[in-house]
Design a protein around this ligand. Structure first.
Ligand code: C2O
Ligand code: CU
Length: 481
């Protein structure tokens, strides 16, 4: 169950495409400049972690949940000496970073997988500030606990804030109930998990939203994940042993939310507070206030809050499920919120990505579309045959683009489940002036159109970030000719 791009049969590779380590890729990297080198190291290793009083055996970066926070400044060259201490080959993918293609961490496409005991020197220039993260691109390894935040500071940071809180969400299986991610995948692939049963999708009208709708308790419809996970984590901690973040009343706090869950969308709220959305997937948006946010797998939101006086739950509720993850913001006395606390903000105003507008500074200039790819998202939970245009992934697949083109991707979800569609190496723009993002949740019955400028030559994965869907076949390659 590790075919996530793992086994490129080299004989199959179609001719006429850019080579990940070739001259086009090297030229693009030269244009990014080469700033000061930030030298780090990273180890993927089996480890024991403590989860709310339980000791569990899993895999993690540097042996800790979450993996180490990497922090660089835009313009820096990030140099990570990666070592693989796992009993399995692996890679590191730098999610959301528009980097040089041969450092993108996709085995069989951009590099050879890193064998057990072997190492790989990742090295690339990071141009854009923002909230990113890293994880393997092999099988469903990410769902064992291999993930960590990558924060790129802006040397000319325009936001004023006193404190910063990086919040990583995760759904947890391994070692808790005897299941492991590969076993889950196997079960899902045999269509047994839900006995072939499928949820009825809510009929959802298609169409842009030009104004912030701010719907209350919007019913989104469809299944956001395959499995009801036994535990949900914030920064590697369970709700009954939560992380406490301390600040002073009145502090402006920048919260960087990252959904590292393999199979769970989260609805997030901070009790007693309104959140001002400033970024999504690392890109600035026109600021918008909300009570709650919805993060599909791999999505990020940056928000600003002005801390009140007391102790408040930061709660991430598994969408469509009952279980939750929790942390605590403490600025004063008072008892900590209990582990099951559901702040009423979770049922308040919800702003989703299509409601937002891109900040002027990162808006794509108006231009005619020169290349369009239609991608029908197909498959069913019963058969677990997730695919794009009915074709499960093979490493020789290519959807062609040429450098310099304005490209439109049209995602049509013909299934009953959510699909957070993610493109490597680029940030597309949602239709009608929507935000720049690298992942967009395409809900059942919906069509989502995104645009991008083909400005980063290489072979780039395009896939659903439900790791069980991508692993079962909902994945392909956007290839520069
Ligand atoms: Cu988070 Cu293919 O990536
Ligand atoms: Cu999916």
């Amino acid at each position: 169950a590790d075919g996530r791009g793992a086994a490129a049969a080299s004989g199959d590779v179609p001719p006429g495409y850019v080579t990940p380590g070739g001259p086009h890729v090297r030229d693009a990297e030269k244009r990014r400049g080469n700033g000061p080198v930030r030298q780090l190291s990273l180890l993927a290793t089996p480890t024991l972690v403590q989860l709310g009083g339980r000791t569990v055996n899993t895999w993690a970066y540097d042996g800790s949940l979450t993996g180490p926070e990497m922090r660089v400044t835009a313009g820096d060259t990030l140099a990570v000496d990666f070592a693989n201490n796992l009993p399995h080959h692996t890679t590191v993918h730098w999610h959301g970073v528009a980097l040089r293609n041969d450092m993108d961490g996709v085995p069989g496409i951009t590099q050879a997988a890193v064998a057990p005991g072997a190492s790989f020197p990742y090295r690339f220039t990071v141009v854009r500030p923002g909230t990113y993260w890293y994880h393997p691109h092999v099988g469903v390894q990410q769902d064992r606990g291999l993930y960590g935040p990558l924060i790129v500071d802006d040397p000319r940071e325009p936001l004023a804030y006193d404190k910063e809180w990086v919040v990583v969400l995760d759904d947890w299986v391994d070692g808790i109930d005897g299941s492991d991610p590969d076993a889950i995948l196997k079960e899902l692939n045999h269509g047994m998990s839900h006995g072939g049963h499928e949820m009825r999708a809510a009929a959802a009208p298609e169409g842009p939203s030009r104004i912030l709708k701010g719907a209350h308790s919007e019913l989104l419809g469809g299944e956001a994940g395959n499995v009801d996970y036994p535990l949900h984590l914030i920064n590697g901690r369970t709700a009954d042993d939560p992380e406490t973040f301390t600040a002073a009343p009145g502090d402006r706090i920048r919260i960087r939310l990252i959904n590292a869950g393999g199979d769970t969308a989260y609805r997030v709220a901070l009790g007693g507070h309104t959140m001002t959305i400033t970024h999504t997937d690392g890109h600035p948006v026109e600021h918008a206030d909300t009570d709650t946010l919805l993060l599909g797998m791999s999505e990020r939101y940056d928000v600003l809050v002005t801390a009140k006086d007391g102790a408040f739950p930061l709660t991430a509720l598994a969408e469509g499920k009952k279980r939750l993850a929790q942390a605590v913001l403490r600025t004063g006395g008072g008892s900590a919120p209990g582990p099951g606390t559901r702040p009423r903000e979770l049922d308040g105003k919800l702003v989703t990505a299509p409601d937002l507008y891109s900040a002027e500074s990162v808006r794509l200039p108006e231009r005619d579309v020169e290349r369009r790819h239609q991608m029908v998202l197909t498959g069913s939970m019963g058969r677990f045959n997730w695919a794009i245009n009915h074709e499960p992934f093979t490493p020789s697949q290519r959807y062609a683009v040429r450098e310099g083109e304005r490209v439109q991707l049209v995602f049509r979800n013909h299934t009953r489940m959510w699909h957070p569609m993610h493109l490597h190496g680029h940030a597309f723009e949602l239709a009608d002036g929507g935000p720049r993002k690298d992942t967009v949740s395409v809900r059942p019955g919906r069509t989502v159109r995104v645009h991008l400028d083909a400005d980063n030559p290489g072979l780039w994965m395009l896939h659903c970030h439900n790791v069980y869907h991508s692993e079962s076949g909902m994945m392909t390659v956007l290839g520069y000719r």
